[in-house]
Ligand binder design. Sequence first.
Ligand SMILES: [Zn+2]
Length: 221
Amino acid sequence: MRKKKQFSNLTKQIFHPEVKECLTCQSRLKRFATLSQRIVITLDGAIQVVHCGYRCPNQGCSTVRRVYRSAEADGLALPGFTFGLDVVILVGHLRLTKHQTVDEVHQALQERLSPFHLTIYRREVMYLFEAYCSVLRAAHQPSDTPHWQTWRAKVEENGGVIISIDGIQPDKGNETIYLVRDVLDFPCPVCRKCQFQRNGGHETDPLARRQTGRPGAGSDQ
Ligand SMILES: [Zn+2]
């Protein structure tokens, strides 16, 4: 039987939506449910994440059923994953850019996580690399697939999208991976991989200017 991970240094963080007022009627949003409660292992340690969902309290509002989420909470990890997106991105970076073997990546991650008394199995590294490849594939998804059409229908139902852009840099000075997602109700990560030259002041992606900072994302500090 699979042993459950034990966490000695767990930091609890409660996340609320960044949007505070209803986009339709400007009423102050009210908390209506805990969307998720889970543990996320990041390169900065383990976090107990409590993600609170909000709704418009005005029963006469046309978007009273709309759910507002925290972009920061959604940006921590892919749905169903215990390891954070920063770990996923680092695995992909070490495998594809640094051409490291699975064993070398495993060793590097063990060294990064050991100060927090955290461990990772070799098979988890392989699983995270598959996840990285899936995120990259999402960036090139054709718009006629059923998944895309479902997402588009949801966007129309929501009356549009609020985009959150999260820049994750696995190694300082190297390429940054931008994760773009819809904050409203239906998180659908689409990955854009592009170069970001820190010192040259050159941005290949104009959206990069709007990236949202996230503590611990891909930091080597
Ligand atoms: Zn409203």
